[in-house]
Design a binder for this molecule. Structure first.
Ligand code: DGP
Length: 114
């Protein structure tokens, strides 16, 4: 846990969130500012800043993160497809510095990504 990290506070329950999934390694919740009908954030329970630091997570936690994406996509009935995005650093406009995967779906998404 990292003090003053918004997402660490969400994992602890100090800041409320709408949980959609949790296991030993991951927590997932609805984005406060959804960009699509389904917009879920999946985060590791161990604090790392972003994708550039993913190798700091134990292998099991890395595997769990991607396994969680599949489970959430199924639970959210995204069988027509979905997009997974992880903003990393200033060029990507990362605003919360705790690794998170955005799962976006529930409608036809734009052909372009940026
Ligand atoms: P990024 O720009 O990739 O760092 O995305 C951060 C996302 O986090 C952004 O889509 C909005 C979301 N977010 C920020 N604060 C909160 C919060 O307090 N609760 C929830 N549920 N989402 C938040």
């Amino acid at each position: 846990m990292m003090e003053n990290c918004l997402f660490c506070k969400i994992i602890k329950g100090d800041i409320p969130s709408t949980k959609v999934y949790e296991d030993e390694y991951c927590y997932a919740f609805r984005d406060i500012n959804p960009q699509a009908p389904v917009h879920v954030l999946v985060i590791p329970k161990i604090h790392v800043a972003n994708m550039a630091e993913i190798s700091l997570l134990p292998q099991e936690a890395q595997t769990a993160l991607f396994a969680a994406v599949k489970k959430i996509a199924e639970a959210e009935k995204l069988e027509k497809g979905f997009r997974v995005v992880s903003n990393c650093g200033p060029h990507a406009c990362q605003s919360v510095h705790h690794l998170h995967l955005h799962i976006l779906g529930g409608r036809q998404l734009a052909e372009t990504m940026v």
